[in-house]
Design a protein around this ligand. Structure first.
Ligand code: PLP
Length: 457
């Protein structure tokens, strides 16, 4: 009997006992390809010897010194390494221990910034539906994932939501991609004007939609328009790159591919690659300067921020990515993965969309490719695919509610940057088998039929 309060309170997952490279091993000796890096975390895979020895060396020298008393060499060096690769204008790194904490800190920093510059009425946040920003109460309040919000709704601060930029489902036939993007971005301006710009502090968006939408990049021009609107109304732009940042989409910061930057960018997951819990808010020099000139202190903080061993793990991960030119590999292997997914699923009756950037890819399941209608949510295709994949020694990250929080299923892939082409072939092969097995079990009467049109909702 386990005393662990597991995510699924009725079950106990397999016991992971080891990991090496892109593989995880359980206590039964079964091995799994970690094709989603957990939830887009393990960017260098498991058991990387250089990361482990950096952590051991740091632990021996100094594991922890509280950040209200000291800084550490390793925290300083990691911040230098992050800023060296950050978009122009970003100059400071505020450390935390994960993605939700990074979002909480970004929200509070945005709010306090406006107090520091004498604009205390600015306090409201605008976000997007179908977003995910974390599970702590502030992060959950700005999250647009209806299922995750539901039980806590009465406890959440008031936030405005605009539509996500999700062309596959929501672009109209009579508009170009560009026009669609402008229309979506303009919703932000409408909402700012409705609330009154003097009341709005920030807009938060995932640069590439991850956990809820499944690797959905915006159409060209969308984020440029968002940036213009934020500037026009003095609203800070918080880009949440907890999942899509740190090289996952092929550039260290995902926003580099949009030709814009955020005023604050949240990162976590790939920062420490799962070797230690660590996240950060990468902040513009202008915002930091307002604190210097104002009260001097950010009214926030956690005990473990800038933890020395966590910083040492992240510094080792980021050094390896840079020295081994792994971003080139993310781009090359990402293109190969996209091509293999296209080959395996491009003509599949129940796969409507194959999308993503770099090693951040997803396939979306549909009942009907032509109408893009979702499969019946009651079939829980995403859970079935996960179980079938694990049965075949493959970890992927499927989610339901892709379209509106209820309808839609997708499978997210985020393999480690070190994944080889041969391993990509194995991932796609096992995923293909898992998807087909899940569909055959869920839609037995249609199994094997070339023009299978499943229950439409
Ligand atoms: N923001 C984004 C975009 C995420 O994808 C996640 C987690 O999936 C979070 C924030 C929350 O991060 P954490 O689970 O580390 O608290």
């Amino acid at each position: 009997m386990s005393h662990v309060f597991h995510r699924d309170s009725r079950g106990s997952p397999p016991v992971a006992v080891g990991g090496l490279g892109i593989y995880l091993v359980d206590s039964q000796g079964r091995s799994y390809i970690d094709a989603s890096g957990g939830a887009a975390v393990s960017c260098l895979g498991h058991g990387h010897p250089e990361v482990l020895s950096a952590m051991a060396a740091q632990a021996e020298q100094l594991a922890f010194a509280h950040s209200s008393f000291f800084t550490t060499e390793v925290a300083e060096r990691l911040a230098d390494a992050i800023i060296e690769q950050a978009p122009a204008g970003l100059d400071k790194v505020y450390y935390v221990s994960g993605g939700s904490e990074a979002v909480e800190a970004a929200l509070k920093m945005t709010r306090q910034y406006f107090i520091e510059i004498g604009r205390p009425s600015k306090h409201r946040f605008i976000s997007r539906l179908q977003s995910y920003h974390g599970n702590t109460l502030g992060a959950l309040a700005v999250g647009g994932n209806v299922q995750r919000r539901k039980p806590y709704q009465p406890m959440l601060m008031e936030v405005s939501f605009i539509d996500p930029c999700f062309a596959y489902h929501f672009k109209r036939d009579d508009e170009s991609e560009f026009e669609y993007g402008q229309r979506m971005a303009d919703q932000l301006e409408t909402e700012i004007l409705r609330l009154g710009a003097d009341n709005v502090a920030g807009f938060i968006a995932e640069t590439v939609g991850g956990a809820t939408l499944g690797a959905v990049a915006a159409v060209p021009g969308y984020f440029k328009r968002i940036r213009e609107i934020c500037d026009r109304h003095e609203v800070l732009l918080i880009l949440d790159e907890v999942m899509c940042g740190m090289g996952r989409t092929g550039t260290m910061f995902a926003c580099a591919q949009e030709g814009i930057t955020g005023d604050l960018i949240t990162v976590a997951k790939g920062l420490g690659g799962g070797y230690q819990p660590i996240g950060a808010v990468v902040v513009s020099g202008r915002i930091h300067e307002a604190f210097v000139r104002g009260s001097g202190a950010f009214m926030h903080g956690h005990t473990y921020l800038a933890h020395a061993v966590a910083c040492s793990a992240a510094l080792a991960v980021q050094t390896i990515i840079k020295e081994q030119h792994l971003l080139e590999r993310v781009n090359e292997t990402g293109r190969y993965l996209a091509a293999q997914l296209e080959q395996r699923f491009g003509g599949h009756a129940q796969i409507g969309d194959i999308r993503g950037r770099g090693l951040f890819r997803a396939v979306e399941l549909v009942a009907d490719r032509r109408t893009k209608a979702a499969l019946d949510p009651a079939l829980k295709l995403h859970s079935r695919v996960k179980a079938e994949a694990m049965r075949r020694g493959l970890c992927v990250y499927p989610t339901g509610g892709t379209i509106d929080g209820v309808r839609g299923d997708h499978v997210l892939l985020a393999p480690p940057y070190i994944t080889s082409v041969a391993e990509i072939d194995m991932i796609v092969e096992r995923l293909g088998e898992a998807v087909d097995a899940a569909l055959a079990a869920a839609l037995p009467t249609r199994a094997g039929s070339a023009d299978r049109t499943a229950t439409v909702t």
